[in-house]
Design a protein around this ligand. Structure first.
Ligand code: NZQ
Ligand code: ZN
Length: 389
């Protein structure tokens, strides 16, 4: 087993009717009274989650900042940074999906950063968010795992780019995960959530066989559960048991547990982020476009694990090559069964030269070797993109 460290300080408060825990949860982190609530385009007002939360916050001075976009925008978030600085915000409560929670992580770090925070996203040497405002979240969309991890992805559409950030200061202090939030989600977002959680699991599993039997089986458990419940949640999002299982799977897919002691890939995500940056395609959909083609491109490297996945998760039989190939087909069909198209051409006709553009970007950033075996060079990424059209 590869050496690892595991530390996840986020307190998960899971289930219905937990909003009355907010004062105690906030006071366990800060003695300050100035709370900023961050949210997105307003779904929290329509589904009643805002009302349920605010009812328990009367002892605090509340400032609100809405309008955080899906794929949170640097320019928007900088306005919240200004509010945090001028209003001396002690704590931020993010209410929303991955975009609001990620955007909040950025706000928390950038507020205490003396120069241009974009240089941290660009990974300029020596630039880092050393300090952050403490924050917690109320999760409204099971998908990213942002409620239980320390990463964030920030977009800057003026540069057509999307970059990652993170660090130990960016775990939420707590996350209230209420599966009843799933009932108000559009089908498109439920499908996105299922696929994002599925691909987070694959990124940490579909590499090569390891001797970490527990993490292998835990990944397979998440994949099997998502296959079992995914279509049912789409049909009946108000079913609490189904929604609860989806939410818990999505949290577990990216709370740091699956990566313990195993190799990871993450190239599907890194290429996918470029497709969102260039074309505005939903995050999960970019993964459904790139993932199957990446597995085909990396077939020999991933064949053993594809076979294990095919046998254990899809109950396939046959020889190794047949099972591995069929496992890719099953995966792609699963995404399509949720209403997710798996070809770049299904989303845009402006895809000429996309492969070359992504290759150039990766070279410029010196992302020269990705994947569990470091076999995904910028040239290979270009070929994967071309195959995905
Ligand atoms: O903005 P509002 O009005 O809230 O509407 C949102 C948004 O339009 C809506 N929504 C959320 N909860 C709802 C709801 N509508 C009705 N009822 C509810 N209960 O859903 C839309 C999408 O929300 P968004 O937060 O963008 O979706 P998601 O959670 O999929 O987050 C995607 C973002 O997370 C990043 C992605 O790159 C993308 O920017 N990721 C973050 C990761 C992390 N921090 O670990 C990992 C992921 O791989 C991913 O990259
Ligand atoms: Zn993802």
């Amino acid at each position: 087993m590869i050496n690892f460290e595991y530390h996840n300080p986020t307190k998960i408060v899971f289930g219905k009717d937990q909003y009355n825990r907010l004062p105690e949860l906030i006071k366990s982190v800060t003695t300050g009274k100035n709370i900023l609530i961050t949210y997105g385009g307003g779904s929290i007002f329509k589904n009643g989650i805002y009302d349920k939360a605010i009812a328990h916050l009367s002892e605090f001075e509340i400032v609100e900042f809405g309008g955080i976009e899906a794929n949170p925008e640097f320019d928007t978030l900088m306005k919240a940074v200004e509010i945090c600085r001028t209003q001396k915000i002690d704590f931020i409560l993010a209410i929303g999906g991955g975009s609001v929670i990620d955007g909040t992580k950025f706000i928390c770090g950038a507020t205490h950063y003396a120069s241009d925070p974009w240089e941290v996203l660009e990974r300029k040497p020596g630039c880092a968010f050393e300090k952050a405002i403490p924050f917690g979240s109320i999760l409204t969309l099971p998908a990213t795992g942002s409620e239980a991890n320390s990463g964030a992805v920030i977009s800057r559409s003026s540069l057509k780019t999307k970059r990652t950030m993170g660090g130990p200061n960016f775990f939420p202090a707590f996350s209230i995960c209420d599966p009843t939030a799933v009932a108000s989600l559009p089908k498109r977002q439920i499908a996105n959530g299922i696929v994002d959680a599925f691909v987070h699991t694959l990124e940490q599993y579909l590499t090569y066989p390891t001797d970490n039997l527990l993490q292998e089986r835990q990944a397979e458990a998440i994949l099997s559960t998502l296959i079992e419940i995914g279509p049912k949640v789409m049909e009946n999002p108000a079913n609490y048991e189904l929604a609860a299982n989806l939410m818990w799977c999505a949290t577990h897919a990216l709370n740091g547990n699956l990566r313990c002691g195993v190799p990871t890939d993450w190239a599907t995500h890194m290429i996918g982020h470029e497709l969102t940056a260039l074309f505005g395609i939903d995050h999960a959909r970019t993964l459904a476009i790139i993932g199957p083609r990446l597995f085909e491109n990396q077939f020999e490297i991933k064949k053993e694990k594809l076979t294990q996945y095919g046998k254990r998760v899809w109950n396939l039989s046959g020889d190794e090559n047949q099972i591995a190939k069929a496992a890719i087909e099953k995966t792609e069909s699963f995404y399509q069964s949720l209403g997710i198209e798996t070809r770049l051409g299904d989303y845009t006709s402006e895809h000429q030269a996309t492969g070359q553009l992504i290759k150039d970007r990766f070279e410029e950033r010196e992302w020269l070797r990705m994947g569990e075996k470091q076999s995904i060079t910028p040239e290979v990424a270009k070929n994967i993109v071309i195959a995905s059209i």
